[in-house]
Design a protein around this ligand. Structure first.
Ligand SMILES: O=C1O[C@H](COP(=O)(O)O)[C@@H](O)[C@H](O)[C@H]1O
Length: 259
């Protein structure tokens, strides 16, 4: 696990724009080196804003969309097309507008999908897709994602891993979450071991409501109480923040990325 680097942008718009530019560069670099790249999307305000900014930049055409594997870190377990699903937001912001290979876009199953309203079966199905995509050099049941993005809640949750919930102890890569404190209560989520399989983890946070969670996530707190504290990449961990989300960090921890 890597120690986080903290980059602070002036506001949410600049943060989303800069993260989108960083994502283009990373994907293009990986595709040039290895042929294909893999990313993991997040729901939430900033995560969706990054995808909209990516769609708006001409640089998006530098990506070979047909050679990009797209996964999700979590999903609200709702019917296909429900506006609250993270997949729905990602498709509207970006995926409906770029030439992705549909077979490489692995959304988490909806509640009206092949497993019906059984989130445990849906989680196991997603785990089987990840297992099938993992290569021997990944040394585990999930691929070594090139970039895994995470939003963070005011309660410090990441993906659908909420403080003190059993999913935080789970060693399986994907779990069903019932009784989430943030609606909807039933969700599917990658677990911390799956998140930590990523080469790069990017935590995205904007707004003053996230300032305490960000401070705790960088303070050495335990992931049971502060899930974002457990979100770390194998090669790199970035906390990409706006000023409001960084406002409670001790001085010197952050680097100003845009004035
Ligand atoms: O419910 C969720 O919330 C978090 C954070 O969302 P935000 O709107 O407060 O930024 C998100 O990362 C997660 O994917 C989502 O399911």
């Amino acid at each position: 696990m890597t120690a986080p680097t903290v980059l602070v942008h002036h506001d949410q718009t600049l943060l989303a724009r800069a993260a989108a530019a960083r994502l283009v560069t990373r994907i293009v670099d990986v595709q040039a080196a290895r042929g294909t790249a893999s990313i993991v999307l997040t729901g939430g305000g900033v995560g969706t804003a990054v995808l909209a900014e990516l769609n708006a930049t001409g640089a998006r055409d530098a990506i070979d969309w047909g050679r990009l594997d797209i996964w999700w870190g979590d999903e609200r377990f709702l019917p296909s097309g429900d506006p609250e699903r993270n997949e729905t937001g990602a498709r509207a912001a970006l995926l409906d507008h770029v030439p992705v290979d549909p077979a490489r876009v692995r959304a988490m199953p909806p509640s009206d999908g092949p497993d019906g309203p059984d989130p445990e079966a849906a989680a196991e199905r997603y785990a089987s897709w990840l297992r099938a995509a993992a290569r021997p050099e990944d040394h585990g049941p999930v691929p070594s994602f090139d970039v895994l993005m995470l939003g963070v809640g005011p309660d410090a949750h990441v993906a659908s891993l909420f403080p003190e919930m059993p999913a935080l102890h789970d060693e399986r890569p994907v779990v069903a979450v019932r009784g989430a404190p943030k609606p909807p209560p039933t969700r599917i989520s990658l677990t911390l071991p799956a998140i930590r399989a990523a080469r790069e983890v990017w935590v995205l946070a904007a707004g003053e409501s996230k300032a305490d969670a960000v401070r705790l996530g960088l303070s050495g707190a335990g992931p049971m109480q502060v899930p974002v504290a457990g979100a770390r990449g194998r090669q790199r961990t970035l906390f990409l923040l706006d000023r409001a989300a960084a406002a409670k960090l001790p001085p010197g921890l952050e680097r100003l990325a845009s004035p």
